[in-house]
Design a protein around this ligand. Structure first.
Ligand code: ADP
Ligand code: MG
Length: 679
C-alpha cells in the first residue's frame, strides 16, 4: 500500500518523506473558538456518542466530541469500519483537522484522531511530525500521524553510522552544515525550532548539491568523451562578412559569445551551448557568424526556427547579408513545393547548399546532409529534447549545437533544468535602443488608445494589434480575432490605412504575403495572433497593442513586446484588459509596466507561477525537488552550484578519499533521477 500510494520502497524513502508540519501537543484549542474563519484546529475532548447513519453512498459515521466549552461533530464517509473499531465512548481523544460548519454546527470531516496522551513533562516530543498522505491511505486509517509512528520506530533502530555522510567533510565544515543523520532526525523529530531550521537547511542544500554534482558530471563527461567537428580556422567566409557586410559594430556581449563558440568548436568535442539573450539582443548575427565559421572549415549548417514565418524571415535577412558572398542558402518548410524540395534535398546531400533554414521540416528523416557541422536552434523552448536529439543524429560526428532563446530563463532555472549545457548570456542590447514605455488601459479607453495609434501612424510608424489565440484550432478566439480585425478596420479605414492580418489558419503563402507587406512598410497595421510572438523583426514598428492582455502569460507578453523597440524610435506597448481581471493577471500586468528587463520578468514569472509551469522544463523532471525550491532557495542553489562545480572540476572521477562517500552515494542513487536524459 505504501509502495503504491507514495512510491516508498526503502527506509531512505521513509526518511525522505518529510513531514509537512509539526503539531505542538501542548497547543490545544477550545471548541468555542471555532468560527467560520478558522482553518485547522486541534482539540482535546471526550467522545460522547457515535453512530452510523444513512446507507449506500450516503452512509457515514458521525461522532460528537465534547470539551469544557462545547461540542464538535466529527464525520467520516470512508474507512468507517476501521475508525469505528478504534472509538470508545467516554475516552479522551486528540483531534486535528480542517473545520467547517454543517447545519450551523462546527464539524471536522475525516479528522486525524488518536487517543489522547498528555504531553510528557520533559518537553521532548512536544513537536510531533505530521506527514503528507493520500486520501486512500487515510480512508484505511493510515493518516499522517501513523506515518510518524513508523518513522519513530525506524529511528529507534537507526544508528548514525547507518546513514553515510554524502557531503564531503570540508564542505560541511565550511558551510557549517548539520550532519546527515542529525538532519534527518531533526527534520522529523526536532529537538528545538533552531535545530529544525538547521536540518531543513542542510537537507535542502543536500538535494540541490547532489543534483548539481550530477549535472556537472554529465557535462564534464560530454566534454571529455564526445567527439565533434573541429572548426580550427577562421577563414574567408567569416572574415569577409565581418569586415565588408556587417551593417554595425558587434556589441561586447556578441563578441564574447562568439569567442566562447569558437573555443567550443575548436576543441574536437561537441558543443552544446545554450545562448540566452533578451529579445533584440542580436542573436541572429551571432548564429550567422558561427555558420560562416563552420563553412570556413568545410561544414554545412542548419538553422531551425519555431515557425514558418520566422524561418522565412531568417532566410530573407540572412540571404540579404550573404547576397554578395559565394554561400548557398536554402529554405525548407512544410510548404516548400515538391520540386524545390527535391532541389534542396539534393543540394544538402551533395554539399552545393551550405546553409539550410527551416522549421520542423528539416528534422524529417529524408533530410540528409553531406557534412553537417552545426545546428542552430532558434527559440529552443518550442522544441522538445527528442526532436533535438534527432538532429544530432544527422552526421557521423555529432554536429555542434547552439540553442538560442530569448525566453529569459531565470538563472536558477537554467542552473537546474539546463545545468548540463554550457551556457552563454548576452546581457547587452545594441546601442541606441530606447526603453519601451508600457501602459495598462481598460477597454473602455479604447477610443483614446486608437487616437494615440493614429498619431504614431501619422508619424510614419507601424503598429501591431495582438489577439490571444490559445489554440489555433479554438473557434471562439478565432472569431474574436475576426471581430477585432473588423473593429481595427472601422477605426482605420482604407485606403488611408492598410492592414495586414496573420494567423495560424492561413495557408503558408498567404501568411508570408501578409507578413511581407508589413515588413516592407506597405501596410501600417498588423493584426495578428501570437504567431508573430518570437523573432519577427520590423524596426519601424513602434506601437504594440495587446488585446485581452490578461489572457497572456508573463513571458509571452515580454516576447510579444519585444517586437517593438527594435529601431531608434521611441516605442510603446499598450496592454488592454477588461475591468475584471484576476489578481494574478493584474500582477503580471503590473510587472510588465514596471520593467523591460527580461530576466527580472522571468524571475517574477517563476515566482507567480512556480517552476512546474515553465515551458519546456516540465518534461525534464529536473525540478522535482522534495524539499528545496528553486523559487525560494535561490541563494542556496547558487551556493550548491558553486560547490559542485569546484568539486567536480577538481576531481572528475570522485576518486579522492574525501569524495568517495559521495561517489558511493551517487552510485546507490543511480536511476532514481532522470538527469542523463536531459540534453
Ligand atoms: P534577437 O536576439 O531577438 O534574435 P535579432 O538578432 O533579431 O535579435 O536582432 C535584433 C535587431 O538588432 C536586428 O534588427 C539586428 O539587425 C539588430 N542588431 C543586431 N546586432 C546589432 C548590433 N551589434 N548593433 C546594432 N544593431 C544590431
Ligand atoms: Mg531572434
Amino acid at each position: 500500500m505504501l509502495k503504491k500510494e507514495l512510491g516508498m520502497f526503502t527506509f531512505l524513502d521513509l526518511l525522505e518523506h518529510y513531514p509537512n508540519r509539526h503539531i505542538d501537543k501542548t497547543k490545544v484549542n477550545k471548541i468555542r473558538e471555532i468560527n467560520p474563519q478558522t482553518e485547522f484546529i486541534q482539540v482535546v475532548g471526550t467522545l460522547l456518542h457515535y453512530e452510523i447513519v444513512g446507507a449506500g453512498r450516503g452512509k457515514r459515521l458521525v461522532a460528537q466530541l465534547k470539551d469544557s466549552t462545547g461540542i464538535l461533530e466529527l464525520a467520516w464517509f470512508q474507512g468507517i469500519s476501521w475508525v469505528v473499531k478504534n472509538l470508545h465512548v467516554g475516552s479522551d481523544y486528540l483531534v486535528f483537522g480542517k473545520t467547517g460548519f454543517f447545519n450551523g454546527k462546527p464539524q471536522i470531516v475525516h479528522p486525524e484522531i488518536e487517543v489522547y496522551i498528555p504531553a510528557k513533562a520533559d518537553g521532548k516530543d512536544f513537536l510531533e511530525p505530521v506527514y503528507p498522505t493520500t486520501e486512500k491511505l487515510k480512508a484505511r486509517g493510515f493518516n499522517g500521524r501513523q506515518m510518524g509512528k513508523l518513522t519513530y520506530t525506524l529511528f529507534s533502530q537507526l544508528q548514525p553510522k547507518d546513514i553515510i555522510e554524502n557531503i564531503p567533510q570540508g564542505i560541511l565544515e565550511r558551510l557549517q552544515l548539520m550532519g546527515r543523520y542529525e538532519a534527518y532526525r531533526n527534520i522529523h523529530f526536532p529537538a528545538s525550532p533552531v535545530l529544525y531550521e538547521k536540518a531543513m537547511h542542510r537537507l535542502k542544500f543536500d538535494e540541490l548539491f547532489i543534483a548539481q554534482v550530477r549535472l556537472n558530471l554529465v557535462r564534464l563527461e560530454r566534454h571529455r568523451v564526445s567527439r565533434g567537428a573541429v572548426f580550427e580556422k577562421v577563414g574567408d567566409y567569416f572574415n569577409t562578412l565581418y569586415s565588408k557586410y556587417l551593417p554595425f559594430e558587434l556589441t561586447g556581449a556578441q563578441k564574447r559569445v562568439l569567442k566562447e563558440i569558437r573555443a567550443d568548436t575548436g576543441r574536437g568535442h561537441q558543443m552544446n551551448r545554450l545562448l540566452q539573450g533578451d529579445v533584440g539582443s542580436g542573436k541572429t548575427i551571432v548564429a550567422l557568424l558561427s555558420m560562416l565559421l563552420a563553412a570556413d572549415n568545410g561544414y554545412q549548417s542548419c538553422f531551425m526556427a519555431p515557425t514558418e514565418i520566422l524561418a522565412q524571415q531568417h532566410f530573407n535577412s540572412l540571404g540579404r547579408l550573404l547576397k554578395e558572398m559565394p554561400v548557398e542558402i536554402a529554405i525548407l518548410t512544410g510548404s516548400t513545393k515538391a520540386k524545390e524540395r527535391r532541389r534542396v534535398l539534393q543540394g544538402l546531400l551533395d554539399d552545393t547548399i551550405h546553409f539550410v533554414v527551416g522549421t520542423h521540416a528539416v528534422i524529417e528523416d529524408v533530410v540528409q546532409f553531406k557534412n553537417l557541422g552545426l545546428v542552430i536552434v532558434d527559440e529552443q523552448h518550442r522544441f522538445g529534447v527528442a526532436q533535438r536529439a534527432k538532429l544530432w543524429g544527422k552526421a557521423t560526428i555529432p554536429p555542434h549545437v547552439l540553442v538560442m532563446t530569448a525566453t529569459p530563463i531565470p538563472r536558477t532555472l537554467a542552473m537546474t533544468a539546463y545545468g548540463d549545457l554550457d551556457y552563454s548570456v548576452m546581457d547587452e542590447l545594441p546601442p541606441g535602443r530606447q526603453p519601451i514605455t508600457t501602459v495598462h488601459r481598460y477597454e473602455t479607453a479604447r477610443a483614446n488608445v486608437m487616437d494615440f495609434v493614429r498619431t504614431e501612424i501619422d508619424k510614419g510608424r507601424q503598429v501591431y494589434f495582438i489577439y490571444p489565440l490559445i489554440e489555433e484550432s479554438e473557434k471562439m478566439s478565432y472569431e474574436d480575432l475576426m471581430q477585432g480585425y473588423e473593429q481595427v478596420k472601422s477605426f482605420f479605414p482604407e485606403p488611408k490605412f492598410r492592414i495586414s492580418m496573420v494567423h495560424g489558419r492561413q495557408p503558408g503563402e498567404q501568411k508570408e504575403t501578409n507578413m511581407q507587406r508589413f515588413v516592407s512598410g506597405d501596410t501600417q497595421i498588423m493584426v495578428s495572433t501570437t504567431v508573430i510572438e518570437v523573432g519577427v523583426d520590423v524596426p519601424n514598428a513602434s506601437v504594440m497593442v495587446i488585446e485581452s492582455a490578461e489572457k497572456f502569460g508573463l513571458s509571452q507578453l515580454h516576447q510579444l513586446r519585444g517586437r517593438v523597440g527594435r529601431g531608434i524610435e521611441k516605442s510603446f506597448c499598450i496592454l488592454l484588459t477588461g475591468t475584471k481581471a484576476s489578481k494574478e493577471a493584474r500582477e503580471r500586468i503590473k510587472v510588465m509596466c514596471a520593467t523591460n528587463d527580461g530576466f527580472r520578468i522571468a524571475e517574477k514569472d517563476l515566482e507567480i507561477r512556480g517552476p512546474g509551469d515553465i515551458e519546456g522544463t516540465r518534461q525534464s523532471g529536473a525540478l522535482n525537488f522534495k524539499i528545496a525550491s528553486i523559487v525560494n532557495d535561490k541563494v542556496l542553489l547558487e551556493c550548491a552550484r558553486e560547490e559542485a562545480e569546484k568539486l567536480v572540476s577538481g576531481d572528475a572521477e570522485l576518486s579522492m578519499t574525501k569524495n568517495l562517500p559521495l561517489k558511493t552515494f551517487l552510485q546507490s542513487q543511480k536511476g532514481k533521477n532522470g538527469w542523463s536524459k536531459i540534453s
